[in-house]
Design a protein around this ligand. Structure first.
Ligand SMILES: [Zn+2]
Length: 684
């Protein structure tokens, strides 16, 4: 999930730079050195010279160049001359300019991407131990100066002048009637739209890195947790990161009928102290002391010792991220808050709409019914941490051992998987020709980690499927992940090779590529020639998806409330932010969870680490679940391969327009609710 964030951060850094404003507004960008008077003059001159050209295009283009123009770019006179010389009036010459830009951006992005991938081979591919030089090349970004260079040589201004930027609302309102070419022009207009000074960008990335290392070093030594009698409950060497490790440990005890509940309660005690920051600082990442989280007492060599609480560091990290992001606001007049940049620019769905979706699901009558079912299955009243109940998993009819036998036989090495790809695609219904073409654009490499998929960024390049194959051949877990990554590669290939304009290549956001990856992964047994025997599988999956969405939507609502609060209180101190986060967590709990769980004022929704180190990214997960669900429903109601091809060659429209064209409706909760209702009638 870190990878996804990095991709999004790069995307925001590269494309987020949106500054065109409606022409009526005066220039407010602090760094701009062009007066409104000069802007008006140029617009007047160009409009009277090119009477056939839509005035809107002239106004927007000139205004946009002005908002990006700095002292170092030239005088006001230079600005005027630049606009006069570079405005492209006729449709025909605009088209020829577009084709040249599009071709050259493919050359640049495609080769930069390939160079980056090739320089990371030492890190990504299993070629022996990683050397420091591999890390150094891995951290090098060959395209890092592209934006600066293009302002310096003025290509950025040519793009901004001739391809107007459209806001998300405009894209959603006008987009359905646009031709494909108009969409491609609009995406061209997204490239150069703001110019955040390097120093401010660096500050933001430093704050992010600091928060990231704070979280990645936040471990709890579980074997050192004791109750008031000094009894331990967890293995001596168990070290868990907050909150993922703690949460997964808690989840793993649903299957453990003997003492599992006691362990889960202890994990939740730990979480509460992290949220409240009264956790003794000395117990973080330290195996030298024992800690009784119920009494909040620290012991060393069985003797109680004094311990200071953590000094609100958690909230200081969040505050630093907020301040660093807020410093970029003046350079983004079209989306002047980080909330807008995260949602309207990153996710391309406005925050109010995301909130509405989440509130509607969290207050749906299905919540009570599913909660009652979980309580019945657990044989006890619900506890707050049952937001992580994970008992809706289908028990497959075939053992993992048996499956591993098949996959090891079939895939002794990565080459065997490579050779089998056309066959796998044909099994899914792709024609022989299409299967051969897609497979020819994917190269399988032995991965160092569990595996990943990396797409190409130019048609002449190939996508890479990195998979882990152990000495004995591919085990079932590795195969299952490889099929997921293969789904990514198929998306990456279709949405690059078969999309009509390079400027439209790709999918709207990462959620859309994840959807296809999961759709492939779910068919992994079918691809092995096995059928799943659990008749309830689809129903269990719907319930699992519903409960997961309910949990993460609540957490996301807290995240959004916190950001609104920070914007309303920009001079807050860490302890005030702490109080605000806890208040937001309890407020969301009391509104959507307390009526179902019984207990009030639980702070559990404030534990997510993403809230601290990955600002406002949380909402992408539940929106992704919904998209996944809708795309899967559409594909399973139609012929698989043709439907996949139709949807994944729509390209990078906005999510709303993509969804309407792909599944006939925008992102919605209703399909999931309907499936949940059906499942509730069957699953007991
Ligand atoms: Zn994935």
């Amino acid at each position: 999930m870190k990878k996804i964030f990095v991709v999004m951060a790069l995307f925001i850094a590269a494309i987020s730079l949106i500054t065109c404003k409606p022409m009526q507004k005066k220039i407010t960008k602090p760094a701009s050195t062009v007066s409104q008077n000069a802007v008006d003059n140029v617009i007047k001159e160009l409009s009277s010279k090119y009477t056939e050209t839509p005035k809107l295009r002239i106004e927007r283009g000139v205004q946009q160049v002005a908002s990006l123009w700095m002292k170092s770019d030239g005088s006001e006179k230079d600005f005027e001359t630049f606009c006069q010389q570079n405005f492209t009036a006729s449709e025909q010459s605009l088209d020829s300019l577009f084709q040249k830009l599009q071709t050259n951006f493919e050359v640049l992005y495609g080769n930069f991407n390939k160079i980056g991938m090739d320089l990371r081979r030492g890190l990504d591919i299993d070629l022996g131990p990683v050397q420091p030089i591999d890390e150094m090349f891995g951290a090098y970004s060959v395209g890092a100066h592209l934006t600066d260079d293009f302002y310096a040589n003025k290509i950025a201004f040519v793009v901004a002048l001739n391809f107007p930027f459209y806001s998300l609302n405009e894209k959603n309102d006008l987009g359905p009637t646009w031709s494909r070419k108009q969409w491609a022009y609009a995406r061209m207009g997204d490239i150069f739209t703001s110019r955040v000074p390097a120093e401010i960008q660096q500050n933001a990335s430093a704050a992010y890195t600091k928060a990231d290392s704070y979280i990645s070093e936040y471990n709890i030594f579980m074997g050192n947790l004791v109750d008031k009698n000094g009894k331990t409950f967890f293995p001596a060497d168990m070290k868990l990161i907050s909150h993922w490790g703690l949460r997964d440990e808690l989840k793993s005890h649903y299957a453990d009928k003997d003492g599992g509940l006691e362990k889960q309660k202890m994990v939740y005690e730990v979480m509460k102290h992290i949220i409240a920051q009264d956790i003794p600082e000395t117990v973080i990442n330290n195996r030298e002391v024992q800690w009784d989280p119920y009494e909040n007492k620290v012991y060393k060599d069985k003797k109680a010792v004094e311990a200071k609480p953590e000094p609100d560091t958690r909230y200081k990290m969040l505050l630093n991220n907020f301040l660093a992001q807020k410093a970029m606001d003046p350079y983004n007049p079209a989306y002047p808050t980080f909330m807008q940049r995260s949602f309207e620019l990153g996710m391309e769905i406005p925050m109010v709409e995301v909130e509405k979706l989440f509130i509607n699901l969290c207050s749906s009558p299905e919540v009570k019914e599913v909660a009652a079912l979980i309580s019945k299955r657990l044989g006890r009243p619900l506890q707050p941490f049952d937001i992580w109940y994970d008992g809706f998993k289908a028990r497959g009819g075939i053992s993992e051992e048996e499956l591993t036998k098949i996959t090891q036989g079939r895939y002794p090495d990565p080459m065997a998987f490579q050779k089998d790809m056309p066959n796998l695609l044909e099994k899914l219904g792709f024609t022989k020709e299409k299967a051969a073409f897609i497979a020819s654009k994917i190269v399988v490499d032995p991965a160092r980690g569990s595996g990943h998929a990396a797409g190409a960024a130019m048609k002449s390049d190939v996508a890479h499927l990195r998979t882990r194959v152990v000495a004995k051949g591919m085990n079932y877990k590795g195969y299952n992940i490889a099929v997921h990554e293969f789904g990514h590669n198929v998306e990456q290939t279709l949405s690059l090779q078969d999309v009509d304009y390079y400027m439209l290549n790709g999918v709207p956001t990462t959620a859309f590529t994840e959807a296809l990856a999961f759709i492939f992964q779910k068919r992994d047994l079918e691809l092995l020639g096995k059928t799943d025997k659990d008749p309830n599988k689809a129903h269990l999956m719907a319930l699992d998806n519903f409960w997961m969405s309910y949990e993460i939507m609540g957490v996301s609502l807290v995240d959004m409330k916190v950001w609104k609060w920070m914007y309303a209180n920009p001079t807050a101190k860490p302890e005030q932010l702490k109080a605000a986060v806890i208040a937001a967590a309890k407020e969301v709990w009391n509104q959507f969870y307390a009526p179902v769980f019984g207990s009030k004022d639980e702070p559990i929704l404030g534990i997510y680490s993403h809230m601290i180190d990955n600002p406002l990214y949380l909402s992408s997960y539940p929106v992704g679940h919904l998209i996944d669900f809708q795309v899967e429903q559409q594909i399973s109601s139609k012929k698989f391969a043709p439907e996949v091809i139709r949807m994944y060659t729509l390209g990078r429209l906005t999510p709303e327009v993509w969804m309407k064209q792909a599944v006939g409706a925008p992102v919605a909760i209703e399909p999931l609710l309907k499936a949940t209702d059906a499942a509730l009638k069957i699953v007991h």
